[in-house]
Write a protein that binds this ligand. Structure first.
Ligand code: IMP
Ligand code: MG
Length: 180
């Protein structure tokens, strides 16, 4: 059973739909008349990505990437392990990275540094969620769905131990799930 693992609903799916539409309106305006390569960061952003691209009224192409971060420790900028890389050359292209959440900011900072070396025309980040209270590095997304408090959330693509990604709402996970 999943319900007992959920403490509360933070963002209902009806609100999620409005947030996604609002983000798409801004993106459509900013890239009007331009081509855009939209990058889904697997696995967490798969549902947000699917909703967002269907609201885009632009000449877009889709790409998928999966990385894992080595975490905080001593290593500097390039501590990202690429599990699945982009198939397309991004040189000279407008690239929009689609993420589920920016937490410490390390993943997105490392990823941006890595992709910037490939010389895209532009490189921006759209994130469904942002937890600025947790930030450890100086980075922000250009398109932010919703700023949330420092709670561990699941659903709408976000997981805990690969579970709960299929929940329609964004939910606060019960502490009993990860304190046991
Ligand atoms: P960062 O490098 O600390 O910004 O981590 C970002 C990644 O951590 C996200 O792509 C998520 O996979 C994961 N993450 C951070 N906070 C949460 C959360 O509240 N729920 C689920 N995953 C999270
Ligand atoms: Mg993730």
């Amino acid at each position: 059973m999943v319900n007992k693992d959920i403490q509360s609903v933070l963002i209902y799916d009806s609100e999620i739909k409005e947030i996604v539409k609002g983000l798409a309106t801004k993106i459509n305006k900013d890239y009007s008349g331009e081509q855009l390569l939209v990058v889904c960061m697997l696995k967490g952003s798969c549902i947000f990505f699917s909703d967002l691209i269907r609201e885009l009224d632009l000449d877009i192409r889709l790409e998928f990437m999966r990385i894992s971060s080595y975490g905080n420790s001593a290593k500097t900028s390039n501590n990202v392990k690429i599990i699945h890389d982009l198939q397309e050359d991004i040189k000279g292209k407008n690239v929009l990275i689609v993420e589920d959440i920016i937490d410490s900011g390390r993943t997105i900072k490392n990823l941006k540094e890595l992709l910037a070396k490939r010389e895209p025309k532009s490189l921006r980040v759209a994130t469904m969620l942002d937890k600025p209270d947790r930030r450890e590095v100086d980075i922000n997304g250009e398109y932010i769905g919703k700023v949330i408090p420092n709670e561990f959330v699941v659903g709408y693509g976000l997981d805990y131990a690969q579970k709960y990604r299929n929940l329609k709402d964004i939910c606060v996970l019960a502490k009993s799930v990860y304190l046991n």
